[in-house]
Ligand binder design. Sequence first.
Ligand code: PBG
Length: 340
Amino acid sequence: MSSAFKLNLVHRPRRLRRTEALRALVEDTVLRPSDLVAPLFVVEGKGRPQPVASMPGVSRLSIPGLVAECRALHRLGILAVALFPNLDPRLKDGDGTAALREDALVLRAVRAVKKAIPGMIVMTDIALDPYTVHGHDGVLTPDGRDVDNDRTVEILARMAVLHAGAGVDLVAPSDMMDGRVGAIRRALDAAGREDTAIMAYSAKYASAYYGPFRDAVGSAAAAGTRSLDKRTYQLNPANRREAFTEARLDEAEGADIVMVKPAGPYLDIIRGLRQATRKPIAAYQVSGEYAQIHAAARLGWLDLAACRRESLVGIKRAGADIILTYFAREMAAELGARRR
Ligand code: PBG
């Protein structure tokens, strides 16, 4: 019966998919814990972790909690963390002045992590959204209808110097103002911080997938809306060529690493940028990408661990060298367990 129909095939790609070992032998994208960066949220005080409802498994941590988390991550092979402060609303104002305070929460967090785990790479966001009452990444124009590019850049450059002074390895401007990478590079160099690197959010899209993050840092609550409109500075999701223009500008201005964000819905941008630049590429699997996998898993519609892995492998396969992901800890734990 079985021989009744026999294809005369030279090529049978299934030969190499036959066993687990054969599949491993020909696997071309390998995820490592060192590819992953864990974004972490920090709050004032010594209280218990504050769960972020729209991001299951993610909490805002006190500085001692943050240090403990970083230790656990480091043990799992995670080499880098990105810190985001959630500020007391009373410290916020229109110009985000708390961003330039010498005793800013994020600066204390950076120092604490660096002191406890000197080998951990620490990066911070350079943008004003955690500090402003309107939740925008910069200061507004006099009519309040747009973000003032040049005035914002001046503040961000000072902010970057402060962060460098606290010991960050990389500053990550996530604001999308024109000319900010160059201004930050010049300010860092003038302050003797030639060794502080810049990871530029180069192709950062005006995405609806940032919703849960805005809950986590409180920029949405500050603005009183869940749909902050950042379309005058973040990229139009419909545009592709602009991403490369932005990346080229950032590179020319001194970016050491260029980033695409979000990641999953923008794999074509990651792939295109891989061909357009020789710089390392970071991709940010954002809060909404994380939340949607969790939500579907909760409903029993998707397998959490399998989708976690597949989503990250897909991002790496597209061409990302570095992936910022809220799955970092769990993914690293799984990779470590598989190796044993
Ligand atoms: C703000 C910033 C955002 C994210 C990182 N930095 C949100 C925004 O632009 O409003 C999003 C990260 C995420 O969704 O996980 N500068």
